[in-house]
Ligand binder design. Structure first.
Ligand SMILES: Cc1cc2nc3c(=O)[nH]c(=O)nc-3n(C[C@H](O)[C@H](O)[C@H](O)COP(=O)(O)OP(=O)(O)OC[C@H]3O[C@@H](n4cnc5c(N)ncnc54)[C@H](O)[C@@H]3O)c2cc1C
Length: 246
C-alpha cells in the first residue's frame, strides 16, 4: 500500500488527447496519463504547470468520469484573470503536456457497493465530481436511487446537458437557475433554499448520503439547510471549489 500511495503522489506527465467546449466558458478535457491507477467517483487530481522560467502553479481538478484505461477526463471552468484555468480552457492543444498526480481524496467519494439513496447538490462547476458519481453508478449497474439538484446561472451554463437529460433510470435531475430561466419555467431565478432541498432531496429519515460541491458559500449554505432539515452531519460530505460567490 505504501508504494501505491507514493506512486499516487508522484507527478506524471499527462498529454491532452481531446478538448471539447462544455459551455462558452468551460472545456471538457481528456488526458492520457501513463500507468493511471484508477480512481473512485469524487476524487480529484492535482495539476501542475511549469513556465519556461521554472515558475510553477498547481491547482486541483475533479475527475469527471470513471477512468477509461489510461485516460482521465476533467472539466475546467475558466475563471477570468485566473492563473491556471484560462490556459487550460483557451490555450492548451492536443498533444501538449501537463503534470498531474492523484487520485487524491478518500472522503468525498461514492462507492458502487453503497446501498443508501444519494442526494447530490451542485453549484456551478461543482457538478463535475457529482456527474462522476452518476457515471460510476451507471458503469457499475447500480440501482441505488440518486437525486441531483443542480444550481446554475442560466440554461446555457449547464454542463453535461445531453448526459443528464435522461432518461436516467433511477436518477432524478432538477435544475435551479440563479439568473435566467427557460420560458415557462416554474421556479423563478434564485439561489437554492430550504424549499428546493426539501422538495427535491430525500427525507432525512431515509438516511441518504449527501454530497454537496461548489463555491464555498454555496456549500456552506446547502450544508446548513441539510442539517436544519434533520440530516445527520456525518452523512453530509462537502467539497469546496473556490471563493464564496464564485
Ligand atoms: C478539490 C477541488 C476540486 C476542484 N475541481 C474543479 C473542477 O472540476 N473544475 C474547475 O473548473 N475547478 C475546480 N476546482 C477549482 C480549481 O482548483 C481552481 O481554483 C480554479 O480553476 C481557479 O484557478 P485559477 O488559477 O484559474 O484562478 P486563480 O489564479 O487561483 O484565481 C484568480 C481569481 O479568481 C478567484 N477564484 C479562484 N477560484 C475560483 C472559483 N472556483 N470560483 C470563483 N472564483 C475563483 C480567486 O479568488 C482570484 O481572485 C477545484 C478545487 C478544489 C479544491
Amino acid at each position: 500500500m505504501a508504494g501505491g500511495t507514493v506512486r499516487r503522489l508522484a507527478w506524471r506527465v499527462a498529454t491532452l488527447v481531446d478538448g471539447t467546449p462544455e459551455t462558452a466558458s468551460a472545456r471538457t478535457m481528456t488526458f492520457h496519463v501513463p500507468d493511471w491507477p484508477g480512481h473512485l467517483a469524487g476524487q480529484h487530481v492535482d495539476l501542475r504547470l511549469t513556465a519556461e522560467d521554472g515558475y510553477q502553479a498547481q491547482r486541483s481538478y475533479s475527475l469527471a468520469a470513471p477512468a477509461d484505461a489510461d485516460r482521465i477526463t476533467l472539466t475546467i471552468q475558466r475563471v477570468p484573470d485566473g492563473e491556471v484555468s484560462p490556459y487550460l480552457t483557451d490555450t492548451m492543444k492536443p498533444g501538449d503536456p501537463v503534470e498531474v498526480r492523484g487520485p487524491v481524496g478518500g472522503w468525498f467519494v461514492w462507492r458502487p457497493d453503497s446501498t443508501a439513496p444519494v442526494l447530490l447538490v451542485a453549484g456551478g462547476s461543482g457538478v463535475v465530481p457529482l456527474a462522476a458519481m452518476i457515471r460510476a453508478r451507471r458503469a457499475a449497474g447500480s440501482r441505488v436511487p440518486f437525486r441531483l439538484l443542480y444550481s446554475v446561472r442560466t440554461p446555457a451554463d449547464r454542463y453535461y446537458s445531453a448526459d443528464l437529460a435522461g432518461p436516467l433510470d433511477g436518477v432524478d435531475v432538477t435544475y435551479a437557475y440563479t439568473r435566467a430561466v427557460p420560458d415557462g419555467w416554474p421556479r423563478p431565478p434564485g439561489r437554492i433554499g430550504v424549499a428546493d432541498v426539501n422538495t427535491h432531496g430525500w427525507p432525512a429519515d431515509l438516511a441518504p448520503e449527501c454530497f454537496v460541491c461548489g463555491p464555498t458559500g454555496f456549500v456552506e449554505a446547502v450544508a446548513d439547510i441539510l442539517v436544519a432539515l434533520g440530516h445527520d452531519p456525518r452523512r453530509i460530505k462537502t467539497e469546496r471549489f473556490g471563493p464564496t460567490g464564485g
